[in-house]
Design a protein around this ligand. Sequence first.
Ligand code: AMP
Length: 215
Amino acid sequence: MTRSLTIALTKGRILKETLPLFAEAGIEPLEDIFTSRRLLFDTTVDGVKLVILRGSDVPTYVRHGAADVGVVGKDILLEFGAEGLYEPLDLAIAKCRLMTAGFATARTAGPRLRVASKFVNIARQHYAAQGIQADIIKLYGAMELAPLMNLADEIVDIVDTGNTLTANGMVPLGHIADISSRLVVNKAAMRTRHRSIEKLIYDLSQAVERRDQPS
Ligand code: AMP
């Protein structure tokens, strides 16, 4: 009997790009994930299940072995660390950049820069590496609002088209990292479920490569 393989997917924007890639690798949920209230789905591959989580919970499920494999943004791995995880494949989806941003004309009022972000560890490391004294303010959403409301001088946030920044009168200032979604694997599962995980990595890497080919 094959033991089931549980794959934790990040909901939202990443999920919309993950499902077509998984379909190209031959794995499709048996139910419409976007209309169902369920969080755990059987798939067209016997024994392969999908669980839908918040991005920041994916490494936790995979690290503890509650899921064997996960799909998560590199931003989450940089912010929360990737201990206990292998990161064997860049899925090249949900590509964006982690950037500092603010008003084009600097508005620093005090001796220390005030920086709002949900990526507090990344922000702290980034400004420290630049030798800039910064107070990092943790927010959970709508980072762009912080400079507008004079809560912060700059933000550290994900930028895709840049439209959100422009709409709020801000500009990207500094590039921190290029981001895309990654496949992560529980270290113990990599040994105990080697065959099924190797097959998954192979099938997904082939799907990623096919997308790279000029049509
Ligand atoms: P944009 O206006 O296209 O620059 O998109 C910026 C906003 O969309 C940011 O505030 C992010 O929260 C979100 N976003 C864009 N791309 C991604 C991504 N690949 N993963 C997660 N969030 C994203």
